[in-house]
Design a protein around this ligand. Structure first.
Ligand code: 13P
Length: 319
């Protein structure tokens, strides 16, 4: 446990949050296709190099979640990406789940794979410089959720969290309740309460130290944030948890910033911050277009979003 204390304190430092660039090769390929680039290792490396070598990134970003390929990559000058991050006081993280597959016996729902061999993979990732981990599972409201799917999601997250802590990695616990569907927000609240209560039940069963985890939930729109998102979290998440890092879930860049800002204007007992992928990267990709001459402008656009979210972490953002 002492191994992970400095990591979570750095990640949950005021005015900073997480840059999520842990897209699988397939998902990264979709992002690259949107600007007409092929999904090659060279193009993925070039894009990640642009992001991870942005000068001054550490002023607003405290952690970066990487995909396995990126953890082992270096810049074209031969400097390891993890060393670029360390120089900016950014903690390197690693996505450790192996993705979603259909859950037999459920209502067309899915479960998250990756527990087999996780302990030995985590030891290797730690040696490579990773200090925190991410495991994303999903719960679908339109598909149920069935009791089986919720239990499987919660149990998987708890086993992963215990294994991560045992190997010196701070686990990000992420049961993403998908924003899809046209059900009322009260139904989302009901499902979220159920999911988080099971997650904390199994975290306790697995002797996970709550002071050494971070949470990653999805959030409602600004008007409803205080009423629903914070109500749900206050009902279900103990104040021992040091940080809650929201995902952007397909919201626009500005929407995601406004929502985080709203969250930080109401009193709450945690460090509430961001762990955004799309809401930090959309403009960067469009600006870059795969052209070296656009790199600097693209990095500047990353800093603009990172700074806006840094202000939102402090509850001081205005559009
Ligand atoms: P989005 O912010 O694009 O929803 O992604 C968050 C995430 O889970 C990636 O790690």
């Amino acid at each position: 446990m002492t191994k992970i204390i400095s990591s979570y304190k750095t990640i949950a430092s005021p005015g900073r949050g997480i840059l999520a660039i842990d897209e699988s090769n397939a998902t990264c390929g979709k992002r690259l296709a949107s600007i007409g680039l092929d999904n090659t290792e060279t193009n993925r490396q070039a894009y990640r190099q642009l992001l991870l070598t942005t000068p001054g990134l550490g002023d607003y970003i405290s952690g970066a979640i990487l995909f396995e390929e990126t953890l082992y990559q270096s810049t074209t000058d031969g400097k390891k990406f993890v060393d670029c991050l360390r120089e900016e006081n950014i903690v390197p993280g690693i996505k450790v789940d192996k993705g979603l597959v259909p859950l037999p016996g459920s209502n067309n729902e899915s479960w998250c794979q990756g527990l087999d061999g996780l302990a030995s993979r985590s030891t290797e990732y730690y040696k490579q410089g990773a200090r925190f981990a991410k495991w994303r599972t999903v719960v679908s409201i339109p598909c149920g959720p069935s009791a089986l799917a919720v239990k499987e999601a919660a149990w998987g997250l708890a086993r992963y969290a215990a294994i991560s802590q045992d190997n010196g990695l701070v686990p990000i616990v992420e049961p993403e309740i998908l924003l899809d569907g046209d059900h009322p927000i009260e139904r989302t609240l009901e499902v979220a309460e159920k999911v988080w209560s099971e997650v904390f039940f199994y975290l306790a069963e697995n002797n996970v130290v709550l002071e050494g985890i971070l949470l990653k939930p999805s959030m409602a729109s600004p008007e409803t944030i205080a009423k629903y998102t914070l109500t749900m979290l206050k009902r279900r998440v103990p104040p021992a948890v040091p940080g809650i890092m929201f995902l952007s879930g397909g919201q626009s860049e500005v929407e995601a910033t406004l929502n985080l800002n709203a969250m930080n204007q109401a009193p709450n007992p945690w460090h509430v911050s961001f762990s955004y992928a799309r809401a930090l990267q959309n403009t960067v990709l469009k600006t870059w277009q795969g052209r070296p001459e656009n790199t600097e402008a693209a990095q500047k656009s990353l800093l603009v979003r990172a700074k806006a979210n840094s202000l939102a972490q402090l509850g001081k953002y205005s559009a």
